[in-house]
Design a protein around this ligand. Structure first.
Ligand code: PLP
Length: 393
């Protein structure tokens, strides 16, 4: 592929743009990870992660992608044959369910159309019907990256509490954390599953779990095999530092310390507001394109459209992957593709992490340019609609 001038516009929904401050924080020699210098770095990271996740629970960190954090959650609280109620949200609930089955868990899917938000009342009804208390865990993806839908974790937490059912609530926050508000303790989440490469703006390589006392207590009876991810070996040690099942990924910690400082300097509410504005600008552009029989928003529940990623349905007869391919090869703008049953039907615009107005406008203008170039029907004025919105807010 010939070299394209200029920076790539990375509008996939993770990994996201890594700010220069974070890159520079990693540009240093390795250190002895058993020294007070590194203990201080770990403690700052853990304490700031708790602020971002809004929890007083334990935070565990692994050298892994988000998949490691998924696995940790299930193996620490479940035993073979336990039932997981997996709320269907999209490709990521599907693949998390596949992982559960691989560990010998029974997965009951709470079926839900991918373009709709999960209704907390349905979780409540299902738990009320489970009079024998067989459901051990309710699992849900807060922000389903494959569909661009955000699900109501506060509502689901409240629904579980209303029933008095003992099931634990596990929420995947991989593409919501540090882009949208997430309140682990207030919402009644027992395990929050996160990864480094999205809202936290870090390289891929850290899996993160925040764990409630109730979830931690479950490790005493849970018998699924685990070792690397065993929370009892990882939880805060006597001297207040985190522990690792192996060498601590120190450079990722240098990155995380800087990334969390950047987020907290901006202020989490300002970070969420910035994401909300850029997401709304994106949606305005897509709605304008859709008016001319062009691409439309995939999600059908307006209140649940994600502030970190927008999934866009291609008009019939046009392949989203062909569209994306040319967008990348001609203009160096990378978008996410449709996953699983949405392959070829949907493209996804990631607007999370270290992003500002010119970056999203550049992406939207390039999408509009390609729609024109490729002869794909669309309404005019998508970029104008985005500009109009940003100028007025
Ligand atoms: N869950 C969600 C919502 C995701 O978006 C992803 C990845 O994009 C994952 C889980 C899997 O995380 P990872 O690819 O870091 O293993």
């Amino acid at each position: 592929m010939p070299r394209l001038a200029g920076r790539q516009f990375l509008n996939i929904p993770g990994p996201t743009n890594i700010p220069d401050r974070i890159l520079q924080a990693m540009h240093r020699p390795a250190l002895d990870f058993m020294t007070p210098e590194f203990f201080d770095i770990q403690i700052e990271c853990r304490d700031n992660l708790k602020k971002v996740m809004k929890t007083t629970g334990e935070v565990m960190i692994y050298a892994s992608s988000g998949h490691g954090s998924w696995e940790a959650a299930m193996t620490n609280i479940c035993s073979p044959g336990d039932t997981v109620l997996m709320c269907e949200t999209g490709r990521f609930s599907e693949s998390w369910a596949e992982m559960c089955r691989a560990f010998g868990l029974k997965v009951e899917t709470l079926e839900n159309p991918w373009d709709r938000a999960v209704d907390p009342n349905r979780v409540e009804d299902r738990l009320r019907a489970d009079t024998a208390g067989t459901i051990k865990v309710v699992a849900i993806v807060h922000n389903e990256t494959s569909t661009g839908m955000t699900h109501d974790i506060a509502g689901i937490g409240a629904a579980i509490r209303a029933t008095g059912h003992p099931a634990l609530l596990i929420s995947d926050t991989i593409s919501s954390l540090a882009s949208m508000d997430f309140r682990m303790d207030e919402w009644g989440v027992d395990v929050a599953v996160a990864g480094s490469q999205k809202g936290l703006m870090l390289p891929v390589g850290l899996g993160i779990s925040a764990v409630s006392e109730k979830a931690l207590a479950m490790t005493k009876t849970a018998t699924l095999p685990r070792k690397y991810y065993d929370w009892n070996e990882l939880k805060t040690g006597e001297n207040g530092t985190l522990r690792f099942a192996g060498t601590a990924p120190s450079h990722l910690f240098f990155a995380m310390r800087e990334g969390l400082r950047i987020l907290l300097e901006e202020g989490m509410d300002a970070v969420f507001a910035r994401h909300a504005r850029l997401a709304e600008a994106t949606r305005r552009a897509v709605r304008a394109w859709g008016r001319g029989n062009g691409p439309t928003l995939f999600g059908r529940d307006d209140h649940a459209l994600s502030n970190s990623v927008t999934a866009v349905s291609m008009p019939d007869g046009f392949d989203a992957n062909v569209f994306r391919g040319k967008l990348l090869s001609e203009t160096n703008v990378a978008l996410g593709g449709g996953l699983s049953k949405l392959n070829g039907k949907v493209f996804r615009i990631g607007h999370l992490g270290d992003l500002n107005e010119p970056m999203i406008l550049g992406c939207l203008a390039s999408v509009e340019l390609q729609l024109k170039r490729q002869g794909i029907p669309h309404g005019v004025g998508g970029v104008d609609a985005a500009v109009e919105y940003l100028a007025g807010t």
